[in-house]
Design a protein around this ligand. Structure first.
Ligand code: AMP
Length: 432
């Protein structure tokens, strides 16, 4: 016997009824984005590897060890093979599209959202997959469009608080920090490098490398033994210049004014190199080790890093898989909220010769907006009743008599009553 094939490690199938929850989350997100004047963007699933190397940063975990990359076969002998990568995140792709389609030339702020799968070769565990879904958004534009304004940061954060509330996620925490401008970060990296020098030999090998190449990344280290050392390192807030401090103060003031609560976390630097100034994460206690529901921040230099014009921006990505896990855990704690949704009707043709008439009736009702399951005339009546009771609120019996008289027999499972309904009134009756 040949070996049974399975979904690849770190990937999974999403099946009904769970996919209903996924759709509900996506529908809520689309509705909220529309109210805040965001339009949808869909970028390709794979991009030139250079986009992520230059955009996200060579030294990040994502680029250095987690990307699914392959060499595309050259089309002609003279052409160099191109390195391609399954997108590990979507911000770099959106900014590439912003540059490629010259979206900045309108002078308007671009407010774009996306929903789609991302790919990272991480060690799979609950809440962490190799193919996972993100809902994200970006606000980007030329400086003249107000894209640098702290108001945009605060508005994005306020929108996120609304989005999570409307999705029904309760008990989230917003952690907020500023990583300053590129110059602030360079200064902070020097300060960190100096502070790490006497202690780094006691840290993990990754930190020893990062201490030389990109000391900021040391703050991302998850090795428990390194945490006491990390706790003694200087914080970035002390390296911010006046403009960065003013920007961050304005973000906090606007959040305070709109009543969005947050916690300051001076060590929140995020795992991607493109962030500048405001960085944030929304966490949830119910998620265990993978407690981040979403993360984001400002990326004022990203467009230029990948060859575009100056286009400051701010964005976020939320993990759809983790939103689903959170909502499932909440619903398990309140089982009354999860009443199974049933179809409007189940049509039971009495005999295989009535299957065609059954399909015609189902078509009529479905096109009128009803949800309908169609049985099969080869079923005995008892089997039809059992099948119908599982999925629908009412069963419609379709026999020769019903066809000839134009009057159908409908049984309501909740009340147990059986009613004769003229075909012309069937739609109204089933809807009631
Ligand atoms: P990042 O793009 O790393 O800032 O991640 C943004 C959000 O995406 C995180 O807060 C998670 O909710 C989600 N996420 C990132 N990586 C994974 C993964 N491997 N599996 C599931 N969700 C993920």
């Amino acid at each position: 016997m040949s070996q049974t094939l399975k979904a690849v490690r770190g990937t999974r199938d999403l099946l009904p009824p769970e996919t209903e929850l996924w759709n509900r989350i996506e529908t809520t997100a689309r509705a909220v984005f529309a109210r805040y004047n965001f339009g949808e963007i869909r970028t390709p699933i794979f991009e030139d590897t250079g986009l992520f190397a230059r955009g996200v940063g060579e030294e990040t975990d994502i680029v250095s060890k987690e990307m699914f990359t392959w060499e595309d076969r050259a089309r002609a002998q003279s052409e160099k093979p191109q390195m391609l990568t399954l997108r590990p995140e979507n911000t770099a792709g959106v900014v590439r599209a912003y540059i490629e389609h010259k979206l900045g030339e309108s002078g308007q702020l671009q407010k774009l959202y996306y929903i789609g799968p991302q790919f990272r070769r991480e060690r799979p565990q609950k809440g962490r997959y190799r193919q996972f879904w993100q809902i994200g958004a970006e606000v980007i534009g030329p400086p003249s469009s107000g894209s640098e304004s702290p108001l945009r940061d605060a508005e994005v954060l306020e929108m996120l608080a609304t989005l999570l509330d409307e999705m029904g996620i309760s008990g989230w925490t917003l952690e907020l920090n500023s990583v300053g401008s590129a110059a602030d970060r360079a200064r902070y990296n020097d300060t960190l490098r100096a502070a790490l020098e006497p202690v780094v030999s006691k840290m993990c090998v990754d930190c020893q490398r990062r201490a030389v190449t990109n000391p900021l990344r040391v703050l991302d280290c998850k090795v428990p033994e390194d945490q006491p050392i990390i706790a003694t390192l200087p914080v970035i807030a002390d390296s911010l210049d006046e403009d960065s401090k003013k920007h961050f103060a304005a973000v906090k003031a606007a959040l305070d004014a709109s009543g969005v609560t947050y916690t300051l976390n001076p060590r929140l630097v995020r795992g991607l190199d493109y962030y500048t100034r405001t960085t944030f994460e929304f966490t949830h206690g119910g998620l265990g080790a993978q407690n981040a529901i979403l993360g984001g921040g400002r990326y004022d230099g990203l467009s230029e890093a990948i060859g575009g014009p100056k286009a400051p921006g701010i964005g976020f990505a939320m993990g759809l898989d983790r939103l689903v896990l959170t909502l499932q855990a909440q619903e398990a704690a309140q089982p009354a909220a999860t009443v199974a949704k049933k179809l409007d009707a189940y049509i039971a043709p009495l005999g295989e010769n009535l299957n065609a008439a059954g399909l015609a009736l189902a078509r009529e009702l479905r096109r009128a907006g009803l949800s309908v399951e169609l049985g099969d005339g080869c079923f005995r009546l008892k089997k039809s009743f059992e099948a119908a009771d599982r999925v629908a609120r009412k069963i419609v019996i379709l026999g020769e008599d019903e066809i000839n008289s134009g009057v159908l027999t409908v049984k309501d499972f909740a009340t147990g009553t059986q009613t004769k309904v003229p075909r012309a009134e069937l739609h109204e009756f089933l809807k009631s």
